[in-house]
Design a protein around this ligand. Structure first.
Ligand code: UT7
Length: 319
């Protein structure tokens, strides 16, 4: 392996201003704040304006500008943009190309990736490999989703769960081997594609999910992926300072923490305020933990996500 490591210099995020509380869903559906809180842990979520929706590219740009300012990197120094999203404005041009133009990242390569809620870890892994191989020095890794436009607002089993938002990390080459991304693990199981999906064509273009089935696979697959990434980094789960899982359901996160014997004070959760933002959830949680001082120089952070496909990914990063 090369001596180059890819370090996370900074993270930036953006969430729309509009807040949908559980009380809103009580007013349109047969549901209750009590059910949503106890079954999911979600109190509220942010959504774009339905009449004038912000795009995944626009949210991604806002998050990217915040991340670039924090890292003190200019648009000119960005070599590439990788966007994880299942809610692009177009099949093409990609969300990443739109961002490349809007941010003014001259000559940067740009492409989108589809791995649903594991998208951020997939994009981070690809970016890491491009940096370690010397193909790029600085990459924006983006998770940006406008999930509200994919929801069936009469389906209480799905529409209460999701929110919109974006998160971006600046990943840069560094020669310090003890810092940066230490390991990545990716896997998929396409045989379970039908239990969580969003068709691209046809009349029923809504996100659908068999929630309880997804739940049990999510716990098993994310726990397993966490152990694998730690092992590839030469660490045990006990060495990890902070676990940042995809934010889908507080009971899933607690079950993973239980299976891994990780105390909840080492786990970052913010889904109470944002719901499930798919590929944006891990950078949103990272940003919150970093701002709160929970991420420090040398912190060993484990990211893990699972999404429709099924896709699963995990990575260990030393900050
Ligand atoms: O991000 C990608 C991965 N996604 C996930 O990881 C999500 C995984 N799944 C989940 O988070 C949970 O399965 C849900 C929160 C979606 C559902 O919780 P659950 O405990 O698995 O409930 P369930 O689907 O087994 O449904 C239990 C009952 C059903 O009623 P019956 O059939 O028992 O009478 C549902 O119709 O709860 C009902 N229900 C609701 N009741 C009130 C489902 N949604 C609601 C609701 N309000 N919003």
């Amino acid at each position: 392996m090369s001596d180059i490591r890819a370090r996370i210099l900074s993270v930036g995020t953006y969430v729309p201003e509009k807040v949908l509380t559980n009380a809103y869903f009580e007013s349109i559906l047969d549901t209750s704040d009590e059910w949503i809180m106890t079954r999911t842990g979600i109190r509220e979520r942010r959504v774009v304006d339905r009449d004038n929706p912000m795009s995944a590219a626009e949210m991604g740009c806002r998050a990217a500008r915040a991340a670039m300012e924090r890292a003190n990197v200019s648009a000119d120094s960005i070599d590439g943009i990788i966007v994880a999203t299942f809610t692009p404005d177009n099949f093409f041009p990609s969300t990443a190309c739109r961002m490349q133009a809007d941010l003014g990242c001259r000559d940067a390569f740009a492409f989108d990736m589809s791995a649903a809620c594991a998208g951020f870890v997939y994009a981070l892994t690809v970016a890491n490999n491009m940096i370690v191989s010397g193909q790029a020095k600085t990459i924006l890794v983006v998770g940006s989703e406008v999930i509200s436009k994919t929801l069936d607002w009469s389906d209480r089993g799905t529409c209460i769960l999701f929110g919109d938002g974006a998160g971006v990390v600046v990943l840069q080459a560094d020669g310090v081997k003890s810092k940066g991304i230490q390991s990545c693990y990716l896997s998929s199981d396409g045989s379970m594609g039908d239990i969580l999906k969003l068709p691209a064509w046809g009349s029923e273009r809504y996100l659908s999910m068999k929630g309880s089935e997804v739940f049990k696979h999510a716990v098993r697959m994310m726990s397993d992926a966490s152990v694998k990434a730690a092992k590839r980094a030469g660490l045990s789960i006990g060495d990890i300072d902070l676990l940042i899982p995809h934010q889908a359901n507080i009971r899933i996160i607690q079950s993973i923490a239980d299976m891994l014997s990780v105390p909840m004070d080492k786990v970052v959760t913010n889904l109470d305020r944002y719901g499930n933002t798919s590929s944006a959830s891990i950078p949103l949680a990272l940003e919150e933990a970093w701002t709160a001082g929970r991420v420090r120089d040398g912190s060993k952070v484990l990211f893990v996500g699972l999404g429709g496909g099924f896709t699963v990914g995990s990575a260990v990063c030393i900050i």
